[in-house]
Design a protein around this ligand. Structure first.
Ligand code: ZN
Length: 324
């Protein structure tokens, strides 16, 4: 017999991952389903409902034991009303997903930004357990952040706090996906680091990744890892530059908020934490005020994509008062 649980769903444009989870048994079951990015809202929500029912069938869990369905949304949300403000990768805007999904399933639906959920998961079930004031930073396609202040997720006045990816780092710098210039993620995300490496290679510099670039293959975190292991000069140089910027931005944030923990996650950090963390720390120490850094720990998240799944457990407790 399984214990009381939540269903957490990580929403993506091309696939969704759903899990049944609780704090005693961890993740009990997973279901991954491809979704059609061009489908209608109704169809998309229906696909989410199917994931919920697939999970119940897979685990044979009594429906009464499911206390909430928590959605991790890659975009802006209002967790009080259940409205998605804007989720560009899902093509959703001003959409009350809570209402529409609750019409299809017999469970309360909660929503939160996926990065915030990741931070909640790390705080409740990961390396951040003992942290009071923590920032979780995820480096990948972009750079996202989730803030925990006094043990609680800090959402800000319009629920958009934590958007560190769009902090200005370089005036008139490279163009960002948000339309502005010189944002943090336009300079130090995996996407921007990889773009610089590709540019280097195309300009004639030699790299172990030359073949990938020539064949127009995607450079994933794993390829970067292999290149670093081979001490590839171009790759190491560009990643070091990125880490220098990341360390500097984290130092500024630490000076502002005086945190006790900085957690780094996301695909790139997971693959390269042994290489990137020391570089980030070096730059951080160079830029931070001594008193602000006192007792502060910089660590890698070990939860991967599961961080947001575990975040659903914390969300259910916050909004429904249920402990699972
Ligand atoms: Zn931006």
């Amino acid at each position: 017999m399984h214990k009381d649980s939540v269903i957490s769903i990580d929403m993506g444009g091309t696939k969704v991952l759903g899990c049944v989870a609780n704090s005693k048994e961890g993740i009990i079951a997973r279901v991954k389903k491809p979704t059609d990015p061009n489908s209608s809202r109704k169809k998309y929500v229906h696909q989410l409902a199917e994931v919920v029912f697939d999970l119940i069938e897979k685990t044979h869990i009594n429906k009464k034991k499911i206390k909430a369905v928590c959605l991790g949304v890659p975009g802006t949300v209002n967790p009080e009303t259940g409205v998605i403000g804007l989720a560009p990768n899902l093509g959703l805007k001003n959409f009350n997903i809570k209402k529409m999904l609750e019409a299809e399933i017999p469970f309360p639906v909660l929503i939160e930004n996926d990065v915030n959920l990741g931070a909640l998961g790390i705080k409740t079930f990961g390396v951040g357990k003992k942290a009071h004031n923590m920032l979780a930073v995820f480096v990948g396609t972009g750079i996202g952040g989730g803030l925990i202040i006094n043990g609680k997720l800090y959402r800000g006045s319009n629920y958009v706090a934590g958007e560190i990816g769009h902090m200005l780092v370089e005036k008139n710098g490279p163009k960002c996906g948000c339309g502005r210039k010189g944002c943090f993620e336009a300079i130090a995300s995996r996407t921007s680091i990889v773009n610089k490496i590709i540019k280097d290679i195309k300009s004639g510099k030699r790299s172990t990744l030359s073949k990938l670039v020539k064949n127009k293959e995607r450079i994933r975190s794993k390829s970067l890892l292999n290149a670093v292991k081979k001490k590839d000069k171009i790759v190491c140089k560009r990643i070091t530059e990125g880490c220098d910027v990341i360390g500097g931005v984290l130092a500024s944030i630490s000076n502002l908020l005086n945190l006790d923990m900085l957690v780094l996650g996301g695909g790139m950090i997971e693959a390269l934490d042994f290489y990137m963390l020391p570089l980030i720390k070096e730059s951080f120490n160079e830029h931070v005020l001594n008193d602000s850094a006192k007792g502060l720990k910089i660590v890698a998240s070990k939860l991967g994509d599961d961080a947001a799944i575990f975040g659903g457990i914390a969300l259910a407790e916050e909004f429904l008062g249920v402990r699972v």
